[in-house]
Write a protein that binds this ligand. Structure first.
Ligand SMILES: [Zn+2]
Ligand SMILES: [Zn+2]
Length: 500
C-alpha cells in the first residue's frame, strides 16, 4: 500500500479506535490492532513504516491533552545505522617494540558496522569490559588515562554465569551492549576500541563476529573493531597477563583489572565503513505536576519488521512479525495510563510518557534519551518500563528492578495484594534486557513489568488475537496504582545499590 494512503487509513482508524471502545480492555486491544496492522510491516527501526506508529502514538497523546515536555517537542529524533557496508580501506598492524606485524582483515580483525571511519595510531590500554556503572559501583576506567590511546575492551560483562551477580548474571545489562562500550570509550577520550571476545567464557566461539549490514547503532564517532582473542593474548603476554586470569580475577571480587600495556606496543588502525543513516523518533508526552519532580513511564514501540536477524522462526523470515505482545502491548498500556492520568487533578509530580524507538536493535532509543534527557534525570523519581505485558498467565506479573529503589518492595507488594495479582521478583532468570537499563545506568530507580516468555516471541505468530486483554486491563490497574503512589507519596525513592 502506498505510504500516503496508509497515513490516511491511520487517521481514520485512530478516530474510530478512540470513539468506539469503552473499558480499558477494549481500548487496549484497539491500540494493539492498530500497531500490528499489515500497514505497519512489523515496525522495524530504519523502515518508513515505523513513522506511522510514531504518528499514531503522538496523535493519541495529543487527544488526551498531553503536552510536549517543557522546552521540547513531541518527537525526539536520533540517528541509527539503517544499512552498512565495509569499504576498501581496512588495515591494522601492531608493533611489539621490535617490528610491525600486519593483521589480516576477517581473520585477525574486523570493523563493526557502527565504527567511525578514519585512522588512528597509538599506545594500547586494557580497559576490562569497558564499563562505567555508577549504579553498581563498578568502573573499568577508574584508574586509567586513555586519552589519545586505543583501548582493548572485553565483550559482555563481569560475572555472566553468576545468577546472584549485581550485573544480573545471564541477563546482560545495558553495559554489555556494544554501543554503550563505544560511548563510554569516547567519553573517556580513547581514539578507538579494540574489542575482543571473552573467549574463556565462550570457548566454542572461535571466529570473529559477522559484519552485519543490517540496522543497528549509529556511528558514534569512534573507531570500533573486533580483534581476535589470539592477537590480544599475544599483547597481554607482553605484560605477563592472560585473558583467562583477568576474567577470573574480575569475576571473583568484581574489582576492575585494567592496566596500560607496555609503551613499546603500538597499534596502527585504518577503518572504512560506509553507513546509510536513518532518523527515528522517541515519542514523548508530558503531564505537568505541581513540582519539578516527575515519574517516567516508557515502552518501546518498534519491533523486528520482517524478522531480519532477530526472528526466532526458521520458516517465518521475510514475513511480517507483528509484535503484538512485543511490544504493542506495552505501548497500549502506556497509552491507557496516559489517557487516565490526563483526566485527573494535577498531581504532585509530573509524568513523562515515552514510547522508545529502536529497542530491538540494542536499546538505542532509551539509551539516546538517557544520554540526552529533555528533563533533568535527577528529578525523575523512578522509571517504569513496560515490555511484553499482553499475555498474563496464572495471574502472574514478572517484575524487575524491585531492589533498585527504597520502598519499592512494600509499594509493589501492596499493589499486588490490592488487585489479586501474583508478583514474581526472581529477576535474574531470563527476563531479557529492556529499556529500563538505560535509566538504571543513569542512577534512576526502575520498575520493569513483564507477563512472561512464550513460543511466539519474535515470530510472525505474535498476533493481537493471542493476547489476553482482560488480564492486561488488570495489569493496567496495577501499574496505575503504583504510578499514582510514586507521583503522590511525599517521599522520593532512593536509588539502592544491589548487594550480593
Ligand atoms: Zn521488547
Ligand atoms: Zn523484542
Amino acid at each position: 500500500m502506498l505510504f500516503r494512503k496508509a497515513k490516511l487509513w491511520l487517521l481514520l482508524w485512530a478516530a474510530l479506535a478512540g470513539a468506539a471502545q469503552d473499558g480499558a480492555a477494549g481500548r487496549f486491544i484497539e491500540h494493539v490492532k492498530v500497531l500490528t496492522a499489515e500497514q505497519m510491516q512489523g515496525r522495524a527501526a530504519g523502515r518508513p513504516e515505523l513513522a506511522l506508529a510514531a504518528d499514531y502514538i503522538e496523535q493519541q497523546f495529543k487527544s488526551y491533552g498531553l503536552r510536549p515536555p517543557p522546552g521540547a517537542a513531541f518527537r525526539q529524533a536520533f540517528p541509527i545505522t539503517a544499512h552498512a557496508s565495509l569499504g576498501e580501506n581496512n588495515r591494522a598492524a601492531y608493533n611489539d617494540g621490535s617490528r610491525w606485524t600486519s593483521l589480516k582483515l576477517d581473520e585477525d580483525f574486523r570493523p563493526l558496522s557502527f565504527s567511525a571511519s578514519g585512522h588512528a595510531t597509538g599506545q594500547v590500554v586494557f580497559a576490562g569490559y569497558g564499563i562505567t556503572a555508577p549504579e553498581y559501583g563498578y568502573d573499568d576506567y577508574r584508574t586509567l588515562d586513555v586519552r589519545g590511546k586505543l583501548v582493548v575492551v572485553l565483550r559482555h560483562e563481569p560475572q555472566e554465569f553468576d545468577e546472584n551477580s549485581i550485573f544480573s548474571g545471564r541477563v546482560y545489562t545495558l553495559h554489555g551492549q556494544l554501543e554503550a562500550k563505544a560511548l563510554n570509550a569516547r567519553r573517556h577520550g580513547a581514539l578507538g576500541v579494540l574489542f575482543v571476545a571473552d573467549k574463556p567464557n565462550h570457548p566454542s566461539e572461535t571466529a570473529l563476529g559477522e559484519f552485519t549490514p543490517l540496522a543497528g547503532a549509529a556511528n558514534h564517532g569512534i573507531l570500533f573493531v573486533e580483534v581476535s582473542a589470539a592477537v590480544v593474548e599475544g599483547w597481554l603476554r607482553l605484560a605477563g597477563r592472560s585473558l583467562e586470569q583477568i576474567i577470573k580475577d574480575i569475576d571473583r571480587d568484581l574489582r576492575p583489572r585494567s592496566f596500560a600495556l607496555p609503551e613499546r606496543l603500538q597499534v596502527d588502525l585504518t577503518v572504512e565503513v560506509n553507513q546509510q543513516t536513518a532518523m527515528v523518533d522517541n515519542v514523548m508526552g508530558y503531564l505537568e505536576g505541581a513540582t519539578d519532580e516527575y515519574l517516567i513511564i516508557g515502552a518501546h514501540y518498534d519491533h523486528i519488521g520482517l524478522g531480519e536477524q532477530f526472528s526466532m522462526s526458521a520458516s517465518g523470515k521475510g514475513l511480517v512479525h507483528p509484535g503484538a505482545d512485543d511490544n504493542a502491548s506495552g505501548v497500549a498500556v502506556l497509552l491507557e495510563l496516559a489517557r487516565w492520568f490526563s483526566g485527573q487533578l494535577r498531581p504532585r509530580r509530573g509524568i513523562l510518557f515515552i514510547a522508545f524507538a529502536a529497542e530491538e536493535i540494542g536499546l538505542l532509543g532509551s539509551n539516546f534519551y538517557a544520554e540526552n534527557p529533555v528533563l533533568p534525570l535527577s528529578k525523575a523519581v523512578a522509571m517504569i518500563n513496560l515490555d511484553m505485558v499482553g499475555r498474563m498467565r496464572e495471574n502472574t506479573v514478572y517484575m524487575g528492578g524491585i531492589a533498585t529503589g527504597s520502598g519499592f518492595r512494600e509499594l509493589v507488594d501492596a499493589a499486588g495484594r490490592r488487585f489479586g495479582l501474583k508478583l514474581d521478583y526472581s529477576d535474574s532468570s531470563g527476563y531479557g534486557s529492556s529499556d529500563q537499563f538505560s535509566f538504571l545506568a543513569k542512577s534512576v530507580p526502575v520498575l520493569f513489568f513483564y507477563t512472561g516468555h512464550h513460543a511466539d516471541y519474535h515470530t510472525p505468530q505474535d498476533t493481537w488475537d493471542r493476547l489476553d486483554a482482560e488480564a492486561s486491563a488488570r495489569l493496567i490497574e496495577l501499574v496505575r496504582d503504583i504510578a499514582q503512589r510514586l507521583i503522590e507519596n511525599p517521599k522520593k525513592p532512593r536509588l539502592l545499590r544491589p548487594s550480593r
